[in-house]
Design a protein around this ligand. Structure first.
Ligand code: GDG
Length: 735
């Protein structure tokens, strides 16, 4: 793999300018740690904003700051105060953040914010494009840069682009609220790999892609023309050993070296051995459920008065986005609630809530993690929540209980925590009681599982898994392009064609010779296609066969007057030029009366779908239905048919927006082989677009030239991208 670069809103360093002296302070956050290991190992650059508005930097210093950053392999994106205000505080934090955290009532829909967001994303993309070379890989982070993947891909398609979203991706019903929803999705789809913390966010994203863009999704892949985009869940981890070792260090420190906070914590326990501490740590953000937490603690003290005087909640709220109105209101609400609890239950010797509205040094954080009996994590929405993982890593004696909101991504990985609904105040209050009285053995049993899991999937594993997937998707994209018919492949096929004496040419119809129509009866050949086929037929060495899943009637009418054989219903019937229809196998259709009623119930339940009846098959068409519902129903139908298939010797074929139930033992591959029998063909050619054509590609002799229409995975030797490319190919072949 070539170089890997990182792009994020903030560079992993802060700048301190003191008397003309420039100091770079490396960030110690989890993301910086994980990503540093990646871009250093792959000799890339980190592109981002250095944290100082460009209007605050003396022009004379600006060049020197950039040079200092370059030494750290950092490339700075210069942003003015106004840009930060409208792009970062604005569209990122006042529009996307509330939208993605389901706070629709807080969303700011100001078009000026959107315009600056586009403009600043372009600035990031331009900086990245200056750095990138074709063949490089770039990993873009988070909601501030949702448009950057597409901005890079459209300019440098040979770059492999990864994108990771650190916050939730909301359900379609919420996402659709935004006027610029399509633009955001399009921006993200510039990436080759898109990562989320959980499968739920992935599923929501798929739903928006399907509904807004109509692209095909199968398993975790989105197919857009000649590109595959892989979407997957990568639950972010922490630097486990750093927390564990720091916790060991804190415990082993001699008394005189202990911090003031640590000594106070120890003093608290000395007053009475059955005293307990509950910890809560977050940025002061409305998504973190801080008021709920305080209400639940109040409820707990009211419901279980025996704990009054014995339990203290330590609440660290780190100031965040303090200029935004909703954050100012939240701060007021939290201040008042803390006052309420302390006013109601406090006394000279007892303060129920110790409230710190500031950030603390890392060492203090560890002291809190290792001293508190319970960690209370109650966000109403949270992409992951690393605090819960850090608490687990810091519990060196393997005790401690986590109370965890089911709305945090981390809840998916922490089944051993006490899982709560953050809006259920009584449930949280009861869980606090349960946590405080949980026997040590049970605490250890739960903690051992948690620690094993969090240790295994740490931040380094997380980033290396993402990088591994990036290299996998790079290989897939390359292989997709490798099979495409180019001038060299064309020359080879044409030369084989010209040097042959008898040629078998198998042509699928819908999706190959002509495009799909909503109504299958509208797909009759146009004049251009007729002319092309007439030219092909002129050469007596060409034996042309249209091989289709359609029934006999339409193809027979449409190709009257042509010197073309027909194979229809996937091989049940065949008709040679100027001969009668012949059945290729002893097919029966007695099964239809059992299957028809099942299909009918699916038509009734799925508006826009219909049944087509052929001689030896029944087809359920769902092209006109609402895509997501139809996909769901299609899976249900397959499920329901499974038991019937064996009983009646049937087969299910999944075509393009159709499910076809047909008599078993017949397919296009077997039918094509029968046609080749007893004749000395020295040139065999087949072209088709869907799953049913794969039988042909597999069954035909190794020397056959087989072509898939579309760029999906195939057994065919080559690919072309569209119906018009098939027509151009055939025209070139006979030139
Ligand atoms: C976003 C998503 C997702 C907190 N106070 C202090 C301090 N911290 C550190 C913690 C932890 C980090 O800040 C907070 O991380 P979270 O994950 O809990 O939350 P967000 O900041 O909202 O992060 C979130 C995350 O991105 C990663 O993808 O999990 O869902 O919202 O590491 O330790 N650190 C220090 N002093 C403090 O006072 N030193």
């Amino acid at each position: 793999m070539n170089r890997i670069h990182i792009v994020s809103n903030r560079l992993p360093v802060s700048i301190n300018v003191n008397d003309d002296q420039i100091e770079l302070i490396p960030s110690v956050g989890g993301l910086a740690t994980g990503m540093r290991s990646v871009y250093k190992a792959y000799k890339g650059k980190w592109i981002g904003w250095p944290g100082l508005p460009s209007d605050d930097i003396d022009q004379k210093l600006s060049g020197r700051i950039d040079q200092a950053l370059e030494k750290e392999d950092c490339v700075s994106v210069h942003l003015s105060k106004k840009e930060i205000d409208l792009y970062y505080d604005g569209f990122s934090n006042r529009t996307i953040w509330p939208l993605f955290h389901y706070f629709a009532q807080y969303i700011d829909y100001d078009p000026e914010l959107w315009e600056t967001f586009v403009h600043v994303n372009q600035k990031f993309a331009n900086k990245a494009l200056e750095t990138l070379e074709e063949g490089d890989t770039i990993w873009i982070h988070d909601y501030q840069l949702l448009l950057v993947p597409e901005m890079i891909k459209s300019k440098k398609p040979g770059v492999t682009v990864g994108f990771f979203l650190h916050i939730p991706f909301p359900s379609f019903e919420v996402f659709r609220i935004l006027p610029w929803r399509k633009e955001l999705i399009q921006g993200m789809l510039g990436a080759d790999l898109i990562g989320f913390h959980t499968y739920d966010y992935q599923r929501h994203f798929f739903s928006s892609v399907r509904r807004l863009m109509g692209y095909d999704i199968s398993f975790n892949r989105i197919q857009i023309e000649d590109r595959i985009i892989i979407v997957d869940a990568f639950p972010m981890g922490i630097d486990y050993d750093k927390f564990k070792n720091a916790a060991i260090g804190v415990i082993q420190k001699p008394l005189q070296e202990k911090s003031k906070l640590h000594r106070e914590l120890e003093k608290y326990f000395l007053l009475s051995p059955d005293r307990k501490l509950i910890l809560s740590i977050d940025r002061l953000d409305y998504s973190k459920g801080i008021p709920n937490r305080l209400q639940a603690f109040l409820k707990f003290l009211e419901t279980y008065p025996e704990f009054v005087g014995k339990v203290t909640l330590i609440m660290l709220a780190v100031p965040s986005r303090g200029t935004v109105e909703h954050y100012i209101n939240l701060k007021k609400e939290v201040d008042e609630l803390v006052g309420k609890v302390n006013g109601q239950f406090g006394n000279i010797n007892y303060t129920p809530v110790w409230y710190f509205y500031r950030s603390m040094p890392f060492e203090n954080l560890i002291e809190l993690y290792s001293s508190c009996d319970v960690c209370l994590v109650t966000p109403v929405r949270d992409g992951m929540n690393l605090v819960a993982k850090e608490y687990v890593a810091s519990r060196t004696n393997r005790t401690g209980v986590i109370i965890l909101s089911e709305m945090a991504g981390v809840a998916k990985e922490m089944g051993e925590a006490l899982i709560i609904n953050p809006n259920n105040i009584k449930e949280i209050a009861d869980s606090i009681k349960q946590a405080l009285t949980m026997p040590l053995d049970e605490q250890r049993e739960r903690m051992i599982f948690l620690q094993d899991r969090i240790k295994r999937y740490d931040v380094f594993k997380w980033s290396s898994e993402f990088v591994k997937s990036l290299s996998k998707v790079e290989k897939i994209q390359n292989s997709m392009h490798a099979k495409r018919v180019n001038s060299i492949i064309m020359e080879k096929i044409r030369s084989d064609y010209q040097n042959s004496k008898l040629r078998a040419i198998f042509l699928d119809y819908d999706g190959t010779l002509t495009g799909f129509k909503k109504n299958p009866n509208d797909a009759k050949p146009n004049e251009e296609l007729h002319q092309l086929l007439y030219q092909l037929e002129e050469d007596p060495r060409n034996v042309i066969t249209i091989i289709s899943g359609r029934d006999r009637a339409s193809l027979e009418t449409w190709f009257e007057g042509h010197k073309i054989n027909l194979i229809v219903e996937h091989g049940v019937w065949s008709k040679k030029v100027d001969r009668e229809w012949k059945m290729l196998s002893n097919a029966t259709d007695t099964w239809k009366s059992s299957i028809q009623p099942i299909l009918e119930t699916f038509v009734d339940r799925t508006p826009g779908t219909f049944i087509e009846e052929k001689n030896y098959s029944l087809v359920w068409h769902f092209r006109k239905a609402e895509p997501e519902q139809a996909d769901l129903r299609a899976n249900e139908l397959k499920d329901e048919l499974t038991t019937m298939i064996a009983n009646h010797n049937l087969e299910i074929l999944e075509g393009n927006k159709v499910i076809e139930v047909k008599t078993g033992g017949i397919n296009k591959g077997i039918a094509a082989l029968q046609f080749l029998k007893n004749k000395d063909f020295d040139f065999v050619f087949a072209v088709g677009d869907d799953w049913t054509d794969e039988y042909m590609f597999k069954e035909l002799p190794e020397s056959a030239h087989t072509i898939k229409v579309g760029l999906k995975h195939t057994a065919a030797k080559y690919k072309v991208e569209s119906v018009s490319a098939v027509r151009t190919f055939l025209a070139d072949l006979i030139k």
